[in-house]
Design a protein around this ligand. Structure first.
Ligand code: NAP
Length: 170
């Protein structure tokens, strides 16, 4: 889907989170997340919603996947199954960004056109991991090389090669 992208920060082993929290809190990367998501529709799983501070939602239009009834505040949209969400994304020209967590990345990765991955050059204990993907399916451009608080990381932009796009038929 042309209007679906993804943003994540991952360790060398694909580490994403532990105990429903982020592993690394890198100031520059949180700022990048803010710039990339501000004013956008952001798609997340219920667990990521619960893990996020309010300011990570402000100024965005959050869309949450959950199988449960969810008390919604204004501006928060809820979907109870993947197909309805894909229909919704497919039927509009609006831009959407998948912001996690592991479960939702895995389900939506086949439909994502562009990924912004902050790749931290560290391993860590984790209980959630970014899904496997084949780098050969993507054109990769390095968009940054950083050191923050002694943590080295790079940021890559992945654009899916055309022939490998999954076509969503509604
Ligand atoms: N490093 C990063 O960039 C990054 C970014 C985001 C999150 N994280 C981390 O990732 C971890 C959370 O990931 P997670 O995999 O445990 O949870 P998650 O993907 O955030 O949420 C999973 C929940 O989403 C709902 N869901 C997912 N697919 C659904 C579907 N098709 N239909 C209905 N509901 C669906 C279910 O909620 P119900 O149980 O309510 O049905 C499911 O339990 C945390 O540690 C968080 O800090 C890291």
């Amino acid at each position: 889907m042309k209007n679906l992208s993804l943003i994540a920060a991952i360790g060398e082993g694909g580490e994403l989170g532990y105990n429903n929290n982020l592993i690394w809190k890198i100031r520059e990367d949180l700022q990048f997340y803010k710039e990339m998501t501000m004013g956008k529709n952001i798609i997340m799983g219920r667990k990521t919603l619960e893990s996020m501070p309010l300011q990570a939602l402000e100024g965005r239009h959050p869309i949450v996947l959950t199988s449960k009834p969810l008390e919604t505040c204004t501006n928060l949209e809820v979907f109870h199954d993947l197909d309805s969400l894909l229909d919704y994304v497919n039927d509009t020209n609006k831009e959407f960004m998948v912001v996690g967590g592991a479960n939702v990345y895995e389900e939506l990765l086949p439909y994502v056109q562009v990924m912004y991955l902050t790749e931290i050059k560290r391993e860590a204990y984790a209980d959630t991991f970014f899904p496997y993907f084949n780098e050969d399916d993507w054109n990769i451009t390095e968009i940054g090389d950083f050191l923050d608080n002694d943590i080295p990381y790079i940021r890559n932009k992945y654009v899916r090669k055309r022939s490998k796009m999954v076509k969503w038929e509604s």
